[in-house]
Design a protein around this ligand. Structure first.
Ligand code: HEM
Length: 410
């Protein structure tokens, strides 16, 4: 059989394919990932800088990498497979615990865990429901078609994270613009340095303002730790920066791309609109998280010692990319993985990562999505996309996938 020759071919026999690969269908990961998952579940790929880290594509192997402390998240280590020159510079300029290993990582994460428990997050429900209602009221009163991203998907998570952190929402143009540039893989190192410097200066001012006049918010609580000598001002800035950027871009894109996906599955959208069962809503959100995996260019790690994985020997100092976007479509884990099925049930996807860096904000992201999708569908039962699919700009070049804009009407 022809496939067996491909399977037995050694990685050195072929030039490694470029990663990230190009998507064919905007709703599915690149077809090349499926081929690799079937034929060569661990193989070399080539990145923007010519480096050739390992790419791991199967669900079990992705989880194994993310659970293994021998793989480091420290992007200052040689061999770390950076997303782009801009992301590389940003991580170096403003270190935060997403790019650290334990025990340093745990020290920072522990200071925040109390703010992100399911219980603490649930207390935000009434405020989030109010924000959703206000945004949908404004959208209904505005012109048709409307851009769903501008009217709803982006403002909602931005307002929520602002409230939590104590960042004035009136500054949203600034931090949304800078976050967008920081997550754009086409941005040069020089521009990234400038953008990141601007965001850092903004957050330094915010920290200074909270030092002078603390409020009941997360940044003020962290500022309290400067006073007690546990944190420096720049450490607080790094933590606030991570939360501000991670806290709005990801959820915003899950809303935008999630709504587009639901509108292409009208029966499942109708069910989500009509149900009053929180378990159905929760299962639908998990399924969209799995299917869309908006953080779509792999979790990046570097080996600190030699590790054998899936028959390959990864040497100390070599980069590894655990492709969550492929793991979440692995048929060995998810039956009929390319299909949206809001009744899929137990859904241990890796859209929030896995292991010690698993998303800290996941209870908040879940709550926002569980409120946002049904509320939007109920408020606009005739909601439909007001553009051809070919005219919708997908975020292929961004660290977080989604749509740049989504014209809708009702
Ligand atoms: C649907 C929305 C979201 C998705 C898909 C998502 C995805 C992820 C993923 C994949 C990681 C793992 C990174 C790694 O392994 O290197 C992560 C980490 C993280 N996320 Fe999220 N995230 C979302 C929302 C949020 C929100 C709302 C916040 C904050 C309020 C947040 C804060 C964080 C933080 C702080 C980390 C780093 C955790 C650590 O290193 O210990 N995320 N997220």
């Amino acid at each position: 059989m022809t496939t067996s020759t491909t399977t037995t071919r050694r990685p050195a026999d072929q030039a490694p394919p470029r990663y990230p690969m190009r998507r064919g269908c905007p709703f599915d990961p690149p077809a090349e990932l499926r081929r690799l998952r079937e034929e060569r579940p661990i193989s070399r790929v080539r990145l923007w800088d010519g480096s050739t880290p390992w790419l791991v594509t199967r669900y079990e192997d992705v989880r194994a990498v993310l659970a293994d402390r021998r793989f480091s998240s420290d992007s200052s280590r040689p061999g770390y497979p950076a997303n782009s020159p801009g992301v590389q510079v940003t991580r170096r300029q403003t270190p935060s615990f997403i790019a650290m290993d334990d025990p340093e990582h745990a020290r920072y994460r522990k200071m925040l865990i109390g703010d992100f428990t399911v219980r603490r997050t649930e207390a935000l429900r009434p405020a989030i429901e109010r924000m959703v209602d206000e945004l949908l009221d404004a959208m209904a009163a505005g012109p048709r078609p409307a851009d769903l991203v501008e009217a709803f998907a982006l403002p909602l998570p931005s307002m929520v994270i602002c409230r939590l952190l104590g960042v004035p929402y009136s500054d949203h143009d600034l931090f949304q613009r800078l976050s967008r540039r920081l997550l754009d893989t086409r941005v040069t190192a020089e521009e990234a340095e400038r953008n990141n410097g601007e965001l850092r200066d903004y957050l330094r001012e915010l920290v200074a303002a909270k030092q002078a006049d603390p409020g009941d918010d997360l940044v003020s609580r962290l500022v309290g730790r400067i006073r007690s000598g546990e944190l420096t001002r720049d450490e607080v800035v790094g933590m606030a920066r991570l939360l501000l950027v991670a806290g709005h871009e990801t959820t915003a894109n899950m809303i935008g791309l999630g709504v587009l996906t639901l509108l292409r599955h009208p029966e499942q959208a109708a069910e989500l609109r009509e149900t009053r069962d929180p378990a159905v809503v929760s299962a639908a959100v998990e399924e969209l998280l799995r299917l869309l995996t908006v953080v779509h260019t792999g979790r990046r790690r570097v080996a600190t010692e030699d590790v054998e994985l899936a028959g390959a020997l990864i040497r100390a100092g070599e980069g590894v990319i655990a492709a969550g976007e492929s793991a979440n479509r692995d048929p060995a884990r998810f039956a009929d993985p390319d299909r949206l099925d809001i009744h899929r049930g137990t859904n241990h996807h890796v859209a929030f990562g896995f292991g010690i860096h698993q998303c800290l904000g996941q209870p908040l992201a879940r709550l926002e999505l569980q409120i946002a999708y049904p509320a939007l569908l109920r408020r606009f039962p005739d909601l439909r996309v007001a553009a051809d699919l070919d005219d919708i700009a997908f975020r292929d070049e961004m660290v977080v996938y989604g749509v740049h804009a989504l014209p809708v009407t009702w």
